[in-house]
Design a protein around this ligand. Structure first.
Ligand code: ATP
Length: 235
């Protein structure tokens, strides 16, 4: 289980996260809703060890994630798929995927097996394995970014805004892919502005506003919450 405990993040005088508490249980898809600037990326960077908290901590199965050591987070089983995908556009799809196996670089057979699993999850990537990643469509590039994170063999996937810039039909395809990843045994913390699509695949969700968690509940509780409906679902 991933537990975020009273986590705060400051950038100089500015406080981006104010004592955030949340959990992701084994097997869950947990969605984090919030507008631009709510603090979702700051939370993810902190859970990935890229940003040191100013207070509180986060633990995965009792092991501390928030020590500012990204490779430790990956080794413990927590991998991030960052906002904006951050692929190497000139490198082939397969080379981009293999970069995600950095922490397993001595296990060639295991990495080949993982690559096969990713090609089974995302068959289009097998067809495009030799193509430059930058030549793929936005949705396909998002699948490469998710696949690259999976090459680290995570137990928890931190997925930041995967629907960004994608057409609605493609968003559905990416979210179906996230569901398949989850069914394959990976817990998912999914930060999204596309509340409707994200809640569609969520078990539970949190709403963040101004660096605070303001609402939390099951998918159905959030879908029926008047504040969520007016602010995030446009109904
Ligand atoms: P987005 O969807 O735009 O990524 P977000 O919810 O992920 O938004 P964050 O990127 O975590 O939000 O930003 C939270 C707040 O912290 C914002 O007001 C942002 O301007 C500020 N912020 C983020 N990174 C830094 C930084 N390195 N230095 C100063 N302020 C920062």
């Amino acid at each position: 289980m991933l537990e975020v405990r009273n986590l705060s993040v400051r950038y100089g005088a500015y406080t981006a996260l104010h004592g955030v508490n949340l959990t992701v249980n084994s097997g869950e898809i947990v969605v984090l809703l919030g507008a631009n600037g709510a603090g979702k990326s700051s939370l993810f960077r902190t859970l990935s060890g890229l940003q040191r908290p100013s207070g509180g901590d986060a633990v995965y199965n009792g092991e501390t994630l928030t020590l500012g050591r990204p490779e430790r987070c990956v080794t413990l089983g927590v991998a991030q798929c960052p906002e904006g995908r951050m692929l190497f556009p000139q490198l082939s799809v397969e080379k981009n995927l293999r970069l995600g196996a950095f922490t397993h670089r001595r296990d060639a057979a295991g990495n080949d097996a993982e690559l096969e699993r990713i090609y089974t999850l995302f068959p289009i990537l097998r067809d495009k394995r030799a193509d430059p990643a930058g030549s793929l469509s936005g949705g396909q590039q998002q699948m490469v970014a998710i696949g690259r994170a999976l090459m680290a063999r995570p137990k928890v996937l931190l997925l930041d805004e995967p629907s960004l810039g994608l057409a609605p039909l493609v968003v559905d395809q990416v979210f179906e892919a996230v569901q398949r990843v989850n069914q394959a045994g990976v817990s998912v913390l999914l930060a999204e502005q596309n509340a409707f699509a994200a809640l569609g695949i969520a078990h539970r969700a949190y709403v963040m506003e101004g660096g605070h968690v303001t609402i939390e509940g099951s998918r159905d509780e959030l879908l029926h919450d008047d504040r969520v409906r007016s602010a995030y679902l446009g109904v």
